[in-house]
Write a protein that binds this ligand. Structure first.
Ligand code: CTP
Ligand code: MG
Length: 227
């Protein structure tokens, strides 16, 4: 079953503190964003890759994309101030049918197996997200005083990709815009439309590179995958 993917890559990577978009940092010999894109450009089921970028980064993206195979299926789109705006701009450039995935440029370790499970689930249910069960004990606090230990068995740590029927995601984004709601993922917008969202159990190593120590974890994951 084919699908298209929006890859938001228009952030500035403040928490990484590299002084530029963190997606240009290298893992092994190549920028993080190319590792992420490789998975989709190489997947014959992926018919279009919409890469959402900042104006300021355009030249550098064009330069590094020259190295990517199957580049005809890549389309560059400009992002917005918030991740949600970037994804919305990506949606406007997408084919208005079928299954659409949203996957952060900063998650280079996504597996094809998870992608195909998400696509299948989105065909059946309209909306599906990758997630892993929470491992740590989670507590709610006011300031630094514990109020409650949250029951862990029902908690999931949510990742991307998130997969949707195109109309489900577009409606959710339009409703959120009308109501000035800003979510941290696509599923939170879809949940507000009362549409069901299914979970596909993913892998703990599908990490998002957010802060500097994540680069060490990423190098270790790369090494393990080589073996
Ligand atoms: N992103 C985007 N448009 C924005 C903000 C973020 O396309 N206005 C993208 C980032 O490039 C990243 C993904 O959304 O691939 C997830 O966001 P995050 O990890 O928060 O990256 P940054 O926003 O770049 O980092 P920070 O929040 O630390 O500044
Ligand atoms: Mg951010």
């Amino acid at each position: 079953m084919d699908y298209q993917v929006i890859i938001p890559a228009a952030g500035s990577g403040k928490r990484m503190g590299a002084g530029h978009n963190k997606l240009f940092l290298k893992l092994g010999k190549r920028p993080i964003i190319l590792h992420t894109m490789d998975v989709f450009t190489a997947d014959p089921n992926c018919r279009k890759v919409i890469l959402v970028i900042q104006h300021n980064d355009e030249e550098y993206f064009k330069e590094i994309l020259e190295d990517v195979d199957h580049s005809p299926k890549i389309q560059l789109v400009y992002g917005g101030n918030e991740r949600q705006d970037s994804v919305y701009n990506g949606l406007k450039a997408a084919y208005a049918d079928g299954i659409i995935l949203v996957h952060d440029g900063a998650r280079p370790f996504i597996r094809l197996k998870t992608i195909s499970q998400l696509v299948r689930s989105a065909v059946e249910s309209g909306a599906a997200i990758a997630a892993v069960p929470v491992k740590d004990t989670i507590k709610k606090a006011v300031g630094h005083e514990v109020v409650e230990t949250v029951e862990r068995s029902s908690l999931w740590q949510v990742q991307t990709p998130q997969a949707f029927r195109f109309s489900v995601l577009l409606n959710a984004h339009e409703q959120a815009r009308n109501e000035c709601f800003l979510g941290t993922d696509e599923a939170s917008l879809v949940e507000r439309t009362s549409h069901t969202v299914k979970i596909v159990e993913s892998d703990y190593d599908n990490i998002k590179l957010t802060t500097p120590e994540d680069l060490y974890f990423a190098e270790a994951i790369m090494e393990k995958r080589k073996r």
